[in-house]
Design a protein around this ligand. Sequence first.
Ligand code: HEM
Length: 396
Amino acid sequence: MTALVDTWDLPAQHFWLRGEVPDQPVRFDADFGGWNVYGHPEALRVLGDPATFSSDTGRLVPGLASSTEGNLLQLDPPEHQKLRRLVSHAFTPKVMADLEPRIAALTNELLDAVTGGDRLELVNDLAYPLPVIVIAELLGVPSDDRHLFRQWVDAMLQSSEQISLVDRSEEQQRMVETALEQNRQFTDYLREHVADRRRRPRADLITRLVEAEVDGERLGTEEVVNFANILLIAGHITTTMLLGNTVLCLDAQSEQAAAVRADRSRIPAAIEESLRFLTPFAAVGRATTGEVELAGQRVPAEQLLMVWIAAANRDARQFPNPGAFDHTRDPNPHLGFGRGIHFCLGAPLARLEGRVALNLLLDRFPRFRTDPEAPPEFIPSPSMTGVRRLPLLLAP
Ligand code: HEM
């Protein structure tokens, strides 16, 4: 499959997708001014020790000075646990099971609306709108505003450059400012919804956050806004990528695709293998709180680490024949949803959306395949691995 991967316009930095192996599992990168962690055991070590490897990385990026208020992804214990507890009940297996009929109905509606005859563009027609509508409905923001969310998120992911801690060039400055400006528009939008729910509570997740109490105190507006922001962003683009990537992987492996089509109980395993093989959220950041030794390297305090879970998912020490897509791989301890206390809150939702959407695609289109004349396009951002355009042919 490596030869096929070579034909895709994947981010250049993702050498593991071309079958290349890092010379060291942990490496300092002078251009970026931080450390890259590529190995599976090393990634597990970092993700399993939040006291040494903090998630509050914003303070290390020049010009960012981000606030961790309500930002679950950047919080450390004990605040992290308090906030996480507030929303965990919104993603329980029972809540997910109740959502299944709505996800199926939405998938059918979106597929009914496809007007391309014997063609479908998977991202625009299904993989983008489905998860964004679901998370918008959960939060209680109008799903018709999804063109706005897309505009903001696309602008954040437009750059193919990685933010550097040492580069003070105008280009770097501009990248940070663009990301901040898009995020500002996003948070302004959410602030209006939060203010509205304070006045008029409804049966939605924003209202629940507004009314929730931590240690006897209600969350402040900024906390609710940032929390909703994380849920809205994390809740859709990654699932879009998961759907697109799984279709792409199966398309490249006709025997496995036929096996999955014939036996739908294989779909969850195909989704897990797709998360390993083309990991949507390619890297997570951490900051060292003190000096630490990692894979024989001395990493000083206050250093930024990029934990490339996408590369760890190709580590031959953990996954035999890592460059082969194999949905029968068992066990498959991939890190696609992270590990430890920050393990993806929305994993059950993403898995459910993936299973329902893939099942219905297979039901409705007995033969769909990629279009050799219109190859997939990938998101250029180095922290993501996922298609942003995937044209499919529906006729034999
Ligand atoms: C955390 C990936 C879907 C909400 C994470 C993390 C990863 C991840 C790798 C860990 C980040 C870290 O350790 O720093 C994915 C992928 C998805 C997906 C690949 C789809 C295939 C979702 C959905 C939602 C969601 C649908 C929301 C509805 C979150 C939240 C966190 C998180 C809130 C932070 C959890 C915490 O810090 O405790 N996700 N995610 N994700 N994800 Fe997801």
